[in-house]
Design a protein around this ligand. Structure first.
Ligand code: ADE
Length: 711
């Protein structure tokens, strides 16, 4: 036979075999998927978050969700969550196990056949939730104005352990301690956590290493490491993250979460192919292990003919392999390029999405000795107290003392280091205020001190009020600057992270776009900022903070008066002439104080030339604790500001930082930059710095970067 005709026939045969095999596989897959679906599970409207159809929280409403899904587990019921915050009104439809809290609340009405909305207690947003247990019952819901329900008391939450398929781990809002008496105190898992990246892993390689270079501590101890590999036909991606195995992810429960290795299993999806794995060992989602399909899938046992046909088609296979090889090389090349880019970005501004931490908070735990516990921004509603042993006194403030302390694990000698801020009985109002601010779930940010819980304690010396937070061994920024001369890179890190923390406080939305009530600090100063181990800042001490709730009237704000520390007070605060008509005025006063802190950081940076001993702003002009009057003389009468000497400006980067500082302490509050703008400025300065470094090394003109060589 003519060889061309042989090749032609073989190609046709090969195409036929491939088509038939893939069709058979798809059919078998569909059948097995249908067979695996439990028939008794509730059918629910399931659209996650959509814009709501009903703007008013009154009467009956029909959801805009037109998707119906069968719940993954028989015990799950249908839920609708309706939120209104600012201009955003959303509804979320989902399945949920009523024995677990949802958004920190128990669904106590889930035996109902209709979805009756109940108002929940939140700060700054209106939140209604309803649950019901009849098919599609959450497609319609009714509002009433019944009061919110509190988070389930501890004895109720213990029932979680009885739920089939559920592990006895604390849920998102569970406080470590009282419920865990006799149970192991589980540390948060370390996982690869890069969200979605292009992947170089090919389908069913025996083992493939994730390209994710970021390892993070999971926000909750209940969470395990997860790996997800997808191929939508044009793109291969991998996703690495932490997830609570008691909750579904992409509509699936993690049934392999106790594995020590991440063994990939195929999951049904409408977009191409998806494999998922989970595991509960340190960084176990670094390697994706593909299950041996031959052991599992009977289709492969029937495929002798397929095998014979395929082996007879060696030439096209070789061509395909070559194409895949080229594609693979391209991906490896891209991966290297991407990871180099990643490395170059400093952590302060690594990735715009990195902050997207509303629901899946990812605090990179640079500080291994620091807190790695779960439940940040939670309150201890239980009566039992955390097993804490106080260690040394590390700070003394106006209202409270701060101790380094050991948070002990019940079953072993292990402990985590935490900070405990102790308020005496008389200062309960300050404790309450700070506790309230910390309990705002939208406060969570890597540049805001991580909160664990608040407690009331009876001690030998009387009743005390405690706030338990992360511990940062480098201490506060003022103490740090007294002891250290910092590099130009440190200045960028500290300045940028400080601005980001303040910008987050002031923002009216979270990094994920969820509405948030802006907060003003009102006592920003270097002793209220902590230095983390990765040389970034986190803002602390929210005792004087204020929510800028749009519903506050001028009269409400009039009483908020002149608060803070005189040395750091903006001119309009010193004069008690803050514009109460405009809530931005409070943010502008914070920006002034932040400018003074940025000046303090700059004054200790070796890029300015000769670095003098640490002095606070206006250090030589006023005494240690200046009063408002003496600050008025300096700041208002003399229009004085801390000195920026000309020699500092020899360094181009310092010059840009100083321009930013000057704009932030402008006498006119309206002329000041916003904290967000300052964070962006730092980002630009970092960028320019990198460009100038590169051009210096490429062009080898050392004169152009004399400043940089001084670092
Ligand atoms: N001083 C005040 N709060 C602190 C904390 N959380 N860690 C270390 N030192 C502190």
């Amino acid at each position: 036979m003519n060889p061309m005709a042989v090749v032609q026939r073989l190609t046709i045969l090969w195409t036929l075999i491939v088509c038939c095999t893939s069709a058979t596989l798809n059919i078998l897959d569909d059948v097995s998927f249908m067979l695996n679906q439990p028939s008794t599970n509730t059918l629910c409207a399931f659209c996650d978050v959509l814009n709501a159809t009903c703007p008013e929280s009154k009467g009956n409403c029909k959801t805009s969700c037109d998707k119906v899904a069968s719940c993954d587990h028989a015990e799950e019921v249908c839920v609708t969550v309706w939120r209104s915050s600012g201009t955003s009104v959303t509804e979320e439809t989902l399945c949920h196990n009523p024995l677990l809290p949802l958004y920190g609340r128990m669904l106590d009405d889930y035996n109902s056949s209709t979805c009756n909305m109940k108002k929940q207690k939140t700060h700054g947003e209106t939140l209604f939730m309803c649950a019901c247990n009849k098919d599609q019952c959450n497609q319609e819901f009714t509002f009433d104005e019944k009061p919110y329900q509190k988070v389930a008391p501890s004895h109720k939450r213990k029932e979680h352990n009885k739920v089939p398929h559920q592990k006895s781990k604390p849920s998102e809002d569970t406080i470590i301690g009282p419920n865990n008496v006799g149970e192991e105190f589980k540390l948060r898992q370390l996982c690869k956590f890069c969200d979605i990246l292009d992947s170089s892993c090919e389908l069913k390689e025996p083992k493939c290493e994730s390209i994710c270079e970021r390892t993070s501590t999971c926000p909750n101890s209940s969470e395990v490491c997860v790996g997800i590999w997808r191929n939508n036909g044009t793109h291969i991606t991998e996703e690495t993250l932490c997830h609570d195995p008691t909750l579904p992810i992409y509509g699936y429960m993690l049934d392999d979460s106790e594995n020590k290795e991440c063994i990939m299993k195929e999951k049904k999806t409408t977009e191409g192919v998806m494999f998922m794995c989970s595991c509960d060992e340190e960084e176990c989602n670094l390697n994706f292990i593909w299950e041996d399909e031959k052991d599992k899938d009977p289709v492969f046992l029937w495929s002798d003919t397929t095998f014979v046909a395929l082996s007879s088609l060696l030439p096209p296979v070789i061509i395909a392999a070559a194409v895949i090889g080229i594609f693979y090389c391209y991906r490896v090349y891209r991966k290297n390029k991407l990871s180099k880019k990643w490395e170059k970005n400093p952590p302060c501004m690594r990735h715009p999405n990195m902050d997207c931490s509303d629901d899946c908070v990812m605090m990179i735990d640079d500080d291994r000795s620091d807190i790695s516990s779960t439940c940040a921004n939670n309150l201890n509603h239980n009566t039992e107290l955390l097993p804490i042993e106080l260690d040394t006194l590390v700070g003394k403030g106006r209202f409270a003392e701060v101790y380094k302390a050991k948070l002990k694990q019940n079953t072993s000698d292990q402990f985590e280091t935490v900070a405990v801020k102790i308020f005496p009985y008389e200062e309960d109002a300050s404790w309450k205020m700070e506790k309230e601010i910390f309990s705002d779930i939208n406060l969570k940010h890597e540049n805001i001190l991580q909160f664990l819980t608040a407690e009331e304690r009876k001690t030998d010396v009387g009743k005390q009020y405690w706030l338990i937070t992360a511990f940062h061994s480098k201490g506060n920024l003022q103490e740090y600057l007294k002891k250290h001369i910092i590099s130009w890179e440190d200045l960028l890190q500290l300045g940028c992270s400080l601005a980001r923390g303040v910008a987050h406080l002031h923002s009216d939305h979270t990094p994920c776009g969820r509405p948030k009530t802006p907060i003003v600090h009102r006592d920003l100063k270097s002793s209220n900022i902590l230095v983390k181990n990765d040389q970034t800042c986190c803002v602390c001490d929210f005792g004087l903070s204020l929510w800028l709730d749009p519903s506050l009237s001028v009269d409400d704000l009039a009483n908020s008066g002149q608060v803070g520390t005189a040395r750091y007070m903006a001119p309009e605060v010193l004069e008690s002439r803050i514009n109460l008509e405009n809530m931005e005025s409070f943010k502008q006063a914070d920006v002034y104080s932040m400018a003074l802190v940025l000046w303090e950081i700059t004054s200790r940076c070796n890029a300015i030339g000769e670095v003098k001993d640490y002095e606070p702003p206006f250090g030589s002009k006023v005494r240690e604790h200046p009063c408002v009057e003496s600050m008025k003389d300096n700041v208002l009468r003399d229009r004085g500001r801390p000195e920026i000497s000309n020699s500092w400006l020899n360094h181009q980067g310092i010059q840009l930082v100083c321009e930013t500082i000057t704009e932030c302490w402008d006498h006119d509050p309206e002329a000041r930059l916003t904290a967000q703008c300052v964070a962006e400025r730092f980002h630009e300065i970092e960028h320019l710095d990198r460009i100038s470094e590169r051009s210096c090394s490429e062009e080898k003109i050392p004169e152009d970067c004399t400043e940089n060589t001084n670092k």
